[in-house]
Ligand binder design. Structure first.
Ligand SMILES: *Cc1c(COP(=O)(O)O)cnc(C)c1O
Length: 360
């Protein structure tokens, strides 16, 4: 065997193809329709504003969210960090939930890029209410860093994909608007929340100044997220995106997939939610684990292991049996359902997980 063939076989043996991959909905591959649309996409230089497919995607996102404008960004992290930069001044605080993505998974960029610190509040099942936020707000004084932004997450990833209802947001929007504090939504999975609540995204997000959402998770696009807001804020966002190195050129090949993600894919998310529910119910009675079924509202299942420090071991055992999942800290495990894992695969994963958890 040539070394080249050996190398290829080695790479293939590491490839997750053939595994039941429940690590994240980010692992979804572009659909056939997306591949065709990408191949046929009309493109131009988007930094000059001349990519017709990107322009169409931005117009479509703005319309679906009932906003003046939208910006296509390479990642959700960049979308959130652009928003933080736009709304804050250095030396301010950002109020968010204690397990928020912007706190734990964005490389401390709120500090490094915008000069802000977090005032994190812990909320049961990740559902932040005005009662959590109001006492954490600080007005400008000579003693304290003032609140510059309130940033919320819906669905809440690390709380298990939990969903904040519209009425809870309504109270927060009223309170924050009265005090003149801007609001950002990390809506990486806002379409999952929208499907779970049966409320259109435009309604569910209407009180936020800006909303970031991902095309590349459960919606199956290969790359890309959107930031939506007023024309003025998005124009400034375009400059910040360039500053971060996010000015892409013939990005229409990506936007073509994004358009299908945005317009076609939300309607099938209910299947992912049903599969997550199925997995959770299969596991929930096991004496080795702690699973709060009330957190299983969308496409995420997080459960704790009663014997501490065993999460990594369980993930490895499942991997040996062809099921991929991830840890959350040292004691918890996360499964995420998505387009590329159907009910039959979830049944198989549940059967294997029940066996392996039983051996712990
Ligand atoms: C995935 C995710 C993001 C963005 O992640 P990227 O990998 O940068 O696209 C932001 N917020 C939440 C809650 C997420 O789950």
């Amino acid at each position: 065997m040539s070394t080249e063939t050996e190398r290829r076989d080695e790479v293939l043996s590491q490839s997750p193809v053939g595994f039941i991959d429940l690590r994240s909905d980010t692992v979804t591959r572009p659909t056939k329709a997306m591949r065709s649309a990408m191949a046929a996409a009309e493109v131009g230089d988007d930094v000059y504003g001349e990519d017709p497919t990107v322009n169409l995607l931005e117009a479509s996102a703005a319309q679906i969210f009932g906003r003046e404008a939208a910006l296509f960004v390479p990642t959700g992290t960049m979308g959130n960090q652009i928003a933080i930069r736009l709304h804050t001044q250095p030396g301010q605080e950002i109020i968010c939930e204690s397990r928020a993505h912007i706190v734990d998974w964005e490389m401390a960029m709120a500090a490094a890029f915008s000069g802000c610190q977090f005032r994190a509040v812990a909320a049961e099942r990740g559902i932040v209410t005005w009662k959590h936020i109001e006492p954490a707000i600080k007005r400008p004084t000579f003693n304290n860093a003032p609140t510059g932004l309130i940033s919320l997450e819906n669905s809440h990833n690390m709380a298990g994909g939990t969903v904040t209802p519209l009425a809870v947001f309504g109270e927060i929007w009223n309170g924050a608007h009265e005090m003149g504090i801007p609001l950002h939504l990390d809506g990486a999975r806002i379409f999952n929340a929208s499907v779970a609540l049966n409320v259109p995204v435009a309604v569910l997000t209407s009180g936020f100044n800006t909303v970031m959402f991902c095309l590349s998770k459960g919606l199956c696009a290969p790359v890309g997220s959107m930031l939506v807001g007023s024309r003025k804020v998005i124009e400034r966002g375009r400059m910040v995106r360039k500053a971060l190195g996010g000015g892409m050129r013939q990005a229409g090949v990506l936007a073509a997939a994004g358009l299908i993600a945005l317009e076609e894919m939300p309607k099938r998310l209910a299947d992912d939610h049903a599969n997550a529910r199925y997995l959770a119910e299969r596991l929930s009675g096991l004496p080795q684990i702690e699973l709060d079924l009330l957190t299983v509202q969308t496409n995420i299942v997080i459960f704790g292991l009663k014997e501490r420090g065993k999460a990594e071991e369980l993930v490895l055992r499942l991997k040996q049996r062809g099921v991929l999942c991830g840890t959350v800290g040292r004691n918890s495990v996360r499964f995420v359902t998505h387009h590329d894992v159907d009910r039959a695969a979830c049944e198989e994963a549940a059967r294997i997980a029940v066996e392996e958890i039983g051996k712990l």
